[in-house]
Design a protein around this ligand. Structure first.
Ligand SMILES: C[S@@+](CC[C@H](N)C(=O)[O-])C[C@H]1O[C@@H](n2cnc3c(N)ncnc32)[C@H](O)[C@@H]1O
Length: 258
C-alpha cells in the first residue's frame, strides 16, 4: 500500500478568511483594526500582562535572544504597538537609537513608554519605507494575523534585511489537543473579555480580545506561514514552540543574496 504523502502546503496571502462579524471588506478590515487599536491602546499593556500572567517582557526577551538578537544590531520592529517587543530590543542592543518601530496605529505608539531616542514611524508591514539591506534584525510580535498580505509583507522583510540578517516573528497558535484549544478559547474569548469589561477604560477592549481569539482560530496553520517565509526567499526557516501555543518563527536572509 502506498504511504499517503503529507498534505501539500503553499504560500499564502491573507492570514485568515474575512471575519465578517467585525468588518465586511479588506478596506473595512484595515480601517476597523486601526480604529480599534487606537481606541483600546491605553488598556493594551494592562490586559496583555494579565493574559500572560506578567511573563510577557521576559518571554519576548528570551525569544529575541533565541532568534539571534545581540548588542549593536540595527533593528526594525514591525507592528510595534505600545512597544512591548521594542522595549526589550532597546535593552538587548544596548542603544535605543538602533531600534525603529513601525505601526499603522498612532494611538498604540502614543501609548508606548519607549526611550525618546528610539524611532517610531506610522506604516504597514506590506510597504516598509526603508532602503534594501538596511537592518540586522527584524521582529514582529503578535501582528501576523493583522497583516493584509503575508506574501507581500515577508517579501518586504527579506528586502530590508541585510544579507545574513535575522527574523523573529512571534504569534499565538492553536494548541494541538482539543482540551488545550478549549482551554485557550475559554480563557481568551470568555474570561479575558469578561474581566476586561469591568477593568478596562475603553468599551472596545473586550471586543478586541474576542477578535484576537477569533483571528487566532481562523489563522492559517504554521506550516503555511513557514512555506510563505521560504517562498519570500528567507532561509533556515524554523518554528520554536513554547507551552504548546507561543510560536516563534525564525529565519535568516541568505548572506549570498545581492
Ligand atoms: C497585538 S498588537 C502587538 C503589539 C506588540 N508588538 C506586542 O508584542 O505586544 C498588534 C499590532 O499590529 C499592528 N498592525 C495591524 N496591522 C498591521 C500591519 N498591516 N502592519 C504592521 N502592523 C500592523 C496593530 O496596529 C497593533 O499595534
Amino acid at each position: 500500500m502506498k504511504t499517503p504523502s503529507p498534505t501539500p502546503v503553499s504560500p499564502v496571502h491573507a492570514p485568515h478568511i474575512p471575519l465578517t462579524d467585525y468588518y465586511k471588506t479588506e478596506e473595512d478590515r484595515q480601517a476597523y483594526l486601526r480604529q480599534i487599536f487606537d481606541n483600546t491602546a491605553e488598556d493594551y499593556d494592562r490586559i496583555e500582562a494579565m493574559l500572560a500572567w506578567g511573563t510577557g517582557p521576559n518571554y519576548r526577551r528570551q525569544a529575541l535572544v533565541r532568534a539571534g538578537l545581540t548588542k549593536g544590531m540595527k533593528v526594525l520592529d514591525v507592528g510595534v504597538g505600545t512597544g512591548l517587543v521594542a522595549a526589550q530590543e532597546c535593552m538587548l542592543t544596548g542603544d535605543p537609537a538602533l531600534v525603529t518601530g513601525i505601526d499603522p496605529s498612532p494611538g498604540m505608539m502614543a501609548a508606548s513608554k519607549l526611550p525618546k531616542t528610539m524611532v517610531l514611524i506610522e506604516g504597514r508591514a506590506e510597504s516598509l519605507p526603508f532602503p534594501d539591506n538596511h537592518f540586522d534584525f527584524l521582529s514582529m510580535g503578535y501582528a501576523l494575523r493583522h497583516i493584509g498580505d503575508l506574501t507581500v509583507a515577508f517579501t518586504e522583510f527579506e528586502r530590508v534585511l541585510k544579507p545574513g540578517g535575522r527574523l523573529c516573528i512571534l504569534e499565538i497558535t492553536q494548541a494541538k489537543s482539543h482540551f488545550g484549544r478549549w482551554l485557550l478559547k475559554g480563557y481568551m474569548r470568555g474570561l479575558i473579555p469578561l474581566i476586561t469589561a469591568f477593568i478596562s477604560k475603553q468599551k472596545d477592549t473586550a471586543t478586541i480580545w474576542r477578535y484576537f481569539w477569533d483571528s487566532i482560530e481562523a489563522c492559517v496553520p504554521p506550516a503555511q506561514v513557514i512555506d510563505t517565509l521560504n517562498a519570500a526567499g528567507l532561509t533556515q526557516v524554523k518554528r520554536h514552540l513554547s507551552i504548546g501555543i507561543f510560536s516563534e518563527y525564525q529565519a535568516i536572509k541568505d548572506d549570498q543574496s545581492r
